[in-house]
Ligand binder design. Structure first.
Ligand code: ADP
Ligand code: MN
Length: 494
């Protein structure tokens, strides 16, 4: 494209000199900023997925980063004050409540419990002999290695200083105390679990301030979305769940290659939580992710949840099932269209009172959607209930599909049966006379013909089918281990 061509949208006219000087000013500013805040800028470079240049000229972004840095310094100062006031006193005053940075937020990555000498050896210079980098001193018979009990013990004592300041280690640090590795590690474990406990307390306290519900890196990710113009504003938190926090946002500028809905929902998968551990089975046994799973750390696994939700939503969208539309996925943050209006999310099916006519309509719609989901999307929702269905625009919308699996998942049919039970019970209680029972619904959705007329036998047959399919996958190698949405339907009829 010719750079001298007619400007497409901007109508502001300015001279070449203006542009040049503006650019120059920007460059100068950048240089200045880099010199003044080298750490801040460097910190911002890491977390973004897109590898674009970091926009240091963005005021909001910079302000946020500075604020973070300020909060950190403030806390450090607070710690010093706390130490000064408490001194050697046996009774100590805690400044815990005045801290700005959530303990989780501080980058405490010095989790080394083993004996590899790290570059940041906490062992201070003014303490007795330390082990040099090569791991030993002395010669021949007098050699002292880093595994030497005495040296090691002293080192351990010194390392206690790394524990959180509120963790009382007594005055052992000042003495020539030698802690065995075992004792040290036990202490360390305790110190960390105490730290985590305090973090949990913090989390509760800060429940109301939605912004605090996400860590600084996530916050930056969100601000970046606002800065880039993709989002207009992030207005607030819609929901705080165990695994995720959902925000509402007004969409920003629609560009040539990206349509941004006027209102968006931002689902932030929590990166700090262990709750995901309980849900391992949804993803670990999902052959789509099998190869990747074993190699991943928890942070990446959580990103995979977000990724999974995105893929599943896309499949549903393609099948025409009412569900949020994916806008963008960045790491563990999924932006999608907002179901609701004017910041008010559509009510969950469990919270809305429908006329008996609407109730019946909703039922048939769901029956239909479950079939589509199974047959066209090759998916089982796996957490389908009145909690994850929204009523909007006179119809039901499906949400929350990060845990959804393909029917061939080793437990896929069990999940489907559970979904059917939830749906049947809800509509039977809701007075829909036509509602199938869970076994009928299961057959209607899956097209399987399980004839057992009681729950126990039905369940047993389901498990037998699952086992059969597992064997099939085993025997037929990797045929099904792709991530495509047009894979073969599950094979049960052999
Ligand atoms: P989880 O239940 O795992 O915390 P969900 O995806 O169910 O996560 O989201 C939690 C809540 O946030 C939902 O119950 C719903 O009220 C709201 N929500 C989620 N996505 C949207 C959306 N796209 N539009 C409107 N509200 C949403
Ligand atoms: Mn949910």
């Amino acid at each position: 494209q010719c750079p001298w061509g007619a400007p497409s949208t901007t109508s502001i006219s300015c001279s070449l000199a203006d542009v040049m000087s503006e650019q120059l000013a920007k460059e100068l500013q950048l240089e200045e900023e880099n010199a003044a805040f080298p750490e801040v800028v460097a910190a911002a470079e890491g977390p973004f997925i897109t590898g674009e240049n970091i926009d240091t000229s963005s005021d909001l972004m910079l302000a946020q980063m500075l604020q973070m840095e300020f909060d950190r310094e403030y806390d450090a100062q607070l710690r010093r004050e706390e130490k000064k006031i408490n001194g050697d006193s046996k009774v100590s005053i805690s400044f815990e409540n005045y801290r700005k940075v959530h303990p989780y937020d501080s980058d405490s990555s010095e989790d080394e419990v083993d004996w590899q000498d790290t570059r940041h050896d906490p062992y201070r210079a003014d303490k007795p002999t330390t082990t040099p980098r090569r791991g030993f001193i002395g010669k021949g018979k007098d050699i002292t290695t880093k595994h030497d009990e005495v040296v090691c013990g002293r080192k351990n004592t010194a390392r206690m200083e790394n524990f959180a300041p509120e963790f009382q280690v007594g005055d052992g640090i000042g003495m020539d105390l030698k802690l065995s590795n075992q004792v040290f590690n036990a202490l360390k474990q305790h110190a960390y679990s105490e730290e985590r406990r305090s973090a949990r307390l913090h989390e509760k306290k800060e429940h109301s301030t939605a912004e605090k519900a996400v860590d600084p890196k996530t916050r930056l990710l969100l601000y970046k979305m606002v800065n880039s113009g993709m989002l207009e504003t992030i207005t607030g938190c819609i929901s705080t769940g165990k695994e995720s926090v959902v925000f509402h946002a007004y969409g920003g500028n629609t560009t040539e290659d990206k349509v941004i809905p006027p209102e968006c929902a931002i689902k932030v998968f929590k990166t700090t939580l262990n709750e995901f551990k309980n849900r391992d089975k949804y993803i670990k046994d999902d052959y789509r992710f099998k190869d990747r799973f074993s190699k991943l750390n928890p942070r990446k696994i959580i990103r995979m949840w977000a990724e999974k939700e995105m893929h599943n939503l896309t499949r549903m969208q393609n099948a025409g099932i009412p569900c949020p539309q994916v806008v963008i996925l960045k790491k563990h943050v999924l932006v999608m269209s907002f179901i609701g209006q004017d910041q008010v999310p559509a009510p969950k099916l469990k919270d809305v009172t429908l006329s008996s006519e609407d109730m019946k309509k909703a039922y048939y719609q769901i029956l239909n959607m479950m079939q589509q989901l199974y047959r066209e999307c090759n998916l089982v929702h796996a957490d389908l209930s009145e909690y994850n269905m929204l009523w909007h625009d006179g119809k039901v919308w499906l949400i929350d599909v990060s845990q959804s699996v393909e029917p061939t998942h080793p437990h896929g049919l069990e999940f489907l049966f559970r979904d059917c039970r939830n749906v049947s019970q809800f509509f039977q209680k809701g007075g829909v006379a036509e509602a199938l029972n869970e076994r009928e619904l299961f057959n209607a959705v899956s097209g399987l013909n399980i004839t057992a007329d009681n729950e126990v036998d039905f369940q047993a047959e389901i498990e037998a089918l699952e086992k059969m399919n597992e064997d099939h996958v085993q025997n037929h190698g990797k045929k099904l281990s792709t991530f495509s949405s047009d894979g073969d339907p599950p094979i049960y009829d052999e």
